[in-house]
Design a protein around this ligand. Structure first.
Ligand SMILES: Cc1cc2nc3c(=O)[nH]c(=O)nc-3n(C[C@H](O)[C@H](O)[C@H](O)COP(=O)(O)OP(=O)(O)OC[C@H]3O[C@@H](n4cnc5c(N)ncnc54)[C@H](O)[C@@H]3O)c2cc1C
Length: 567
């Protein structure tokens, strides 16, 4: 049994290649703000100027907020900046609950932290807030914030169990895999060093089904509020992570092999989309390595897979390990360290293959529901040892569901050295196959953990060397000519954070969304803890936010507008 069977397993969920076309990669979408404009394909059409946004205008930023909400924000952000309080916040929460009793404690939380960072307890109670924000141009990305309270030991145990296959357990561990794609106990608790992201640990298939049910309820709730909402999902919630690890390794090795071949052809260091291998030279090298016979190799690069260019780029190359080519099962790649040829694809037991298939089925169920109720799915980006697989599976879903408009959104982390390559490949693939590209660009949430893991285990740090380099990567995306009014890229901030960014953007007509967590008070406490910690670590941003809040409060006081209702 092998990972190669994953790709055929995908088959029912993915359409065949659409014919190559020069049709626009991104088509028009219903406007969330100002009128939608033609996408990339009609780049020559006249676009209105990009609307100017003033992020320093406190009155505009808080136009949607009542005065008591501003006061609450100030109080909460101020408390979050108090180190002594933060250091003991867990004990304080415990003691307050004991002293006040559950009902009063819930009330206190709702008047403060919970009320500021969380939308409500369930799908029904969050609706007024969602409608209110929508009226001010800010949409919602729903996220059911309930988290399992696992101890670090439990988390490590679950991680080690769920990231190793039966074959590996029986046959002496995971040491055949690249170090980066093995589970390591010291990094088994994936919550460490991550402030914002929610972390899922695999328990069993029933638990994954229950996560899927939760996401389905989120989709329904989002569909009830608007016809252009989003919900966020994480693939680690939907299946066994071992599959993501192994598939990521396959994709990375295959890409590395391409770059090795490119270096042989004197093209080292070129951007992914500029690297084009000469087919004849490539066939020669592959035959010399003994990877396949010359006749077999000639079959790889037929006009069907390549067109008539006589060159192979990274997208052509990637398609060779698709179910469509039937080639993947024969593939071996040279190991740069040992010089040996190794099978690209790993072995899975029947049960593990079933687990993979179920993960794909769960994604498919979610995407169908999302399409039915008009909600878009954002697939979160996670750790680099899972991310190639997450991104690839998301792309398979995009092929199937982004035919008319973008329904599934992939996430690209700009702190990764290869972020620009990944985005350009996604955009180009969408253009070639004629489906709609949908992206969420973030800087990336796992910086400390990724760095520590790479240093400790001994592989290249996947993260840009500096914050400035990450910013430069972020701004490089502008080279893709994404125009705000095209509604190809959306802005997003967390509920209770950076309102001075979200609301001016929304009011200026940009598509902007708040990440909106919801859930019962006691069950979102871990989320609230992280919010408090994040605000303390992002002191500078929070300080600016507090200054603006003060300005607006004072302005309302001066002008006698303290009790004005947002309009
Ligand atoms: C709506 C929403 C959705 C999100 N979804 C995801 C997701 O799917 N996946 C994900 O990983 N994150 C996600 N995030 C988190 C995001 O990646 C950032 O971590 C978070 O938003 C803080 O970044 P910033 O750009 O707002 O803040 P800033 O303070 O401007 O930037 C901080 C970020 O810069 C980068 N950085 C900081 N120092 C360095 C350094 N020395 N070298 C290189 N890079 C550095 C890191 O990415 C760090 O998180 C999401 C955030 C939001 C608001």
């Amino acid at each position: 049994m092998a990972l190669r069977r994953l790709l055929p397993a995908l088959r029912p969920y993915i359409p065949r290649f659409a014919p190559l076309s020069t049709a626009p990669a991104v088509r028009e979408q219903p406007a969330a703000g100002p009128g939608a404009l033609p996408g990339r394909g009609s780049a020559k059409a006249v676009r209105p100027p990009v609307p100017a946004v003033d992020f320093g205008n406190a009155q505009e930023a808080y136009r949607s907020r009542r005065t008591w909400e501003l006061a609450r924000s100030l109080l909460v952000l101020r408390l979050c900046a108090w180190p002594a309080l933060l250091a003991r916040h867990e004990q304080l929460l415990y003691v307050s609950r004991k002293l006040l009793g559950q009902r009063l404690f819930n009330k206190l939380m709702k008047m403060t932290f919970y009320g500021h960072f969380v939308a409500g307890e369930d799908q029904e109670s969050i609706q007024p807030l969602l409608r209110h924000n929508r009226a001010f141009g800010v949409g919602a990305i729903l996220d059911y914030g309930v988290e399992e309270d696992l101890s670090p030991e439990e988390a490590e145990h679950k991680e080690m169990e769920s990231c190793t296959s039966a074959v590996e357990r029986d046959g002496g561990g995971t040491n055949k895999r690249d170090k980066q794609y093995q589970a390591h106990r010291a990094f088994g608790d994936r919550r460490n060093g991550v402030i914002s992201a929610r972390t899922y640990f695999y328990a069993n298939e029933a638990k994954c089904d229950s996560h899927m049910e939760t996401f389905l309820r989120c989709i329904e709730a989002s569909g009830r509020v608007s016809d252009d909402g989003f919900i966020a999902i994480k693939l680690t919630a939907l299946g066994r992570p071992q599959f993501l690890l192994q598939f990521s390794e396959v994709l990375t090795k295959w890409r590395r092999f391409f770059h090795q071949m490119a270096a042989e052809q004197g093209q080292a260091g070129l951007a992914a989309m500029d690297t084009k291998l000469e087919v004849a030279a490539l066939q020669e090298s592959v035959a010399k390595m003994g990877i396949a016979s010359r006749a077999e190799i000639e079959d790889w690069f037929t006009a069907e897979t390549l067109g008539v260019s006589g060159t192979v780029d990274l997208l052509d190359w990637g398609s060779l390990i698709d179910s469509r080519t039937k080639l993947s099962k024969h593939l071996v790649v040279p190991n740069a360290q040992t010089g040996q040829l190794e099978p690209l694809l790993s072995r899975f037991t029947e049960e593990e293959e079933l687990q993979m298939t179920r993960m794909l089925q769960r994604m498919d169920v979610l995407a169908k529901k999302a399409r039915e109720v008009g909600v878009r799915l954002m697939v979160d980006a996670e750790q680099t040892y899972f991310q190639p697989a997450i991104s690839r599976l998301t792309l398979e879903m995009q092929r199937k569901f982004n035919v008319e408009k973008p329904l599934i959104f992939n996430t690209y982390q700009c702190y990764l050295k290869d972020a620009y390559d990944n985005v350009t490949l996604g955009v180009e693939l969408a253009r070639r196959e004629c489906w709609c590209f949908g992206a969420k660009l973030v800087r990336g949430a796992y910086l400390a953990q990724e760095r520590a893991r790479a240093a400790e285990i001994g592989y290249e740090d996947p993260i840009n060397p500096t914050y400035e380099a990450t910013n430069a990567m972020y701004h490089r995306m502008e080279e893709l000519h994404l125009h705000p009014a095209d509604h190809q890229v959306y802005f997003g901030q967390l509920l209770g954070m950076c309102d001075q960014i979200s609301f001016p953007l929304g009011q200026a007509g940009y598509p902007v969304y708040k990440y909106v967590p919801y859930g019962p008070v006691m069950e979102v406490l871990p989320y609230l803890s992280r919010r408090a910690l994040e605000n303390s670590s992002l002191m500078k941003g929070a300080r600016r936010e507090r200054q603006l809040l003060w300005l607006e409060l004072l302005r309302r006081l001066r002008t006698g507008n303290l009790f004005r209702r947002p309009a």
